[in-house]
Write a protein that binds this ligand. Sequence first.
Ligand SMILES: [Zn+2]
Ligand SMILES: [Zn+2]
Length: 318
Amino acid sequence: MNALHFDGRLRWESRYPEPKPEPGEVLVRVKLAGICATDLEVTRGYMGFTGVLGHEFVGRVEKGPRPWRGKRVVAEINCVCGRCEMCQHGLANHCRRRTVIGIDGRDGAFAELVAVPQRNLHEVPDAVSDEQAVFVEPLAAAYQVIKQCPIEKRMRVAVVGSGRLGLLVAQVLHGTGCQLEVIGRNELTLNFCEKKGIQATPVSEVICRADRDVVVACSGSPEGFDVAARLVRPRGTLILKSTYARGAPLNLAAIVINEVTLVGSRCGPFPEAINALARRQIDVESMISRTLPLSKGIEAFEMAADPRYIKVLLKVEG
Ligand SMILES: [Zn+2]
Ligand SMILES: [Zn+2]
């Protein structure tokens, strides 16, 4: 089958072996997939991964138990054992023996077929298009922010970083009615926020008064973390959403002095994301800059790293 494979170098392969589903797994024929910052980080060595990349996708179940066959699905990315103490305590996303689709120990979705545990599947309702469904995984990660840190209307909240994830986090927070400001360096995406009625400020103009109740750092850069740490008020909460391939030298003094609560945040609830898309509460379609065929995957990766594009999708089927 066709696949985008990474082994220290990203390459398109036309004769990659088809995945063989293990017991409890189904085979999904991928329709559409999204490239995100994590994929770009993986190609820079994050997680030391080799294999087929891709974890944001929508497809149709080709092989599996009858109730799932032919269904249009998205899938959670953590493939878990169900037996370790994390799984037993309801923290399956932190399973000690997990593999992660297209990120850690398991081939991903930038291919015609991907094997996925049946328990990871969520059916996509007709009200959600393929173009929307491909955003379920990152949008779920954005919902995780308000799951970990409930936001009230009176709160002053900042999102640092106006990239793909920042825009999703900003839209989720905007829905809470809080006093929100997005801080970033990309004019294109700051304009996107303003069009949605979200206050947006270039990072060069921001004044850090340490007066925000909650700050979400999504910039993927140590500089962004620094701004975030200077925005949060004493005893406030700083939520970290970005993953880096390389460690980042961070100045933690402000965190200690201001007794800031640091919250790491990763994957989130799929049902919330699917519902929000079905109800059109979150606009993802206008984030799509380009859709390229899988065979143009390398070009698509270059575009995804270019700030002139927001979301770049790969069309796999057809
Ligand atoms: Zn992602
Ligand atoms: Zn486990």
